[in-house]
Design a protein around this ligand. Structure first.
Ligand SMILES: NC(=O)c1ccc[n+]([C@@H]2O[C@H](COP(=O)([O-])OP(=O)(O)OC[C@H]3O[C@@H](n4cnc5c(N)ncnc54)[C@H](OP(=O)(O)O)[C@@H]3O)[C@@H](O)[C@H]2O)c1
Length: 264
């Protein structure tokens, strides 16, 4: 029998998780309850058979799995509200950025399987990269949570101390990759393509490059060697990009984002 899932905070991420679970058939619509205060904004999920409510306690009480997807500043209030409905039979998963397992424990004051998951916005199309850590969970519970997020993309288990780094590389990484694609589109238009064609070529080429690495497990440079003919156009362009600080600027950007999240 599958578990009933409550998603507390049906905003961008919470709704995307609900839609992904439906599309993947991980759960039946009637086995998912999603909450927010403005429930009208959840009508599109209600039409698909998902249960919607503004009552967090009711949602938690009837669920085996609770996914917390509110903003970080809303966590304390929501956890205080629902803590009496939580117990050790429920799996608790927080997708909230920057709130630690020990901060959650301090508020709920009880022991239950606790998970933090860091997905990215590609979860809406079941292509998320989700980094997961846990405390007090059995192997069966870990397998269940990995399976849940596996239906929404790929999963990797990490130590909690790497959660901020996961936020940068995985969640912010979407923005870095999209800026790279946008720059290619701008270049593509300058060398003759209309915007729509340039967008398709740039996006599909990046998708293909990523799949080459994921499916073969090779290092990027092995694939780069295949397209860099001696004295050719690829190496001329690549070297010019490197002279202009391409790799260096990307690394510095990742580190600048990390310093910001670590400081705030
Ligand atoms: N977006 C991402 O790429 C991403 C990736 C990884 C992690 N995260 C994390 O995921 C969390 C949600 O992000 P988001 O982008 O989905 O934010 P969001 O769109 O603002 O969603 C938060 C939702 O929580 C609801 N909410 C607020 N107070 C509530 C309460 N007392 N009871 C029930 N629902 C309540 C809000 O709706 P009402 O105002 O109608 O109640 C809102 O829809 C954040 O903590 C973020 O750090 C996001």
């Amino acid at each position: 029998m599958s578990k009933h899932i409550a998603i507390i905070g049906g905003g961008n991420l919470g709704s995307a998780i609900a839609e992904g679970l439906l599309k993947s058939k991980f759960n039946k619509p009637s086995e998912i309850t999603i909450t927010r205060r403005n429930t009208v904004a959840l009508n599109f999920l209600k039409e698909k058979g998902i249960l919607i409510t503004d009552d967090n306690n009711e949602a938690v009480q009837k669920s085996d799995v609770v996914i917390l997807a509110v903003k970080p500043f809303q966590v304390a209030d929501v956890l205080t509200e629902i803590k009496n409905k939580l117990d050790s039979s429920k799996i608790f998963i927080s997708v909230v950025t920057g709130v630690t397992i020990s901060e959650i424990e301090n508020i709920i004051q009880q022991k239950l399987p606790l998970f933090r998951a860091m997905p990215n916005t590609a979860i809406a199309i079941q292509q998320s990269m989700t980094c997961i850590c846990s405390k007090d969970a059995t192997t069966k519970e870990v397998d269940y949570v990995n399976d849940l997020f596996d239906k929404l993309g790929s999963v990797v288990t990490i130590d909690e101390k790497l959660m901020e780094a996961a936020t940068i590389l995985g969640a912010c990484g979407i923005a870095y990759a999209l800026r790279f694609i946008r720059a290619n589109i701008q270049g593509g238009i300058e060398i003759g393509f209309d915007a729509a064609t340039a967008s398709l070529i740039a996006a599909q080429t990046v998708k293909g490059s990523a799949e080459l690495l994921i499916q073969t497990g090779r290092h990027p440079e092995q694939e780069i060697d295949k397209v860099t003919t001696p004295k050719g156009c690829t190496i001329a362009g690549l070297n010019e990009m490197e002279h202009r600080g391409f790799s260096s600027s990307l690394i510095r950007g990742v580190v600048a984002s990390y310093k910001k999240i670590a400081k705030d």
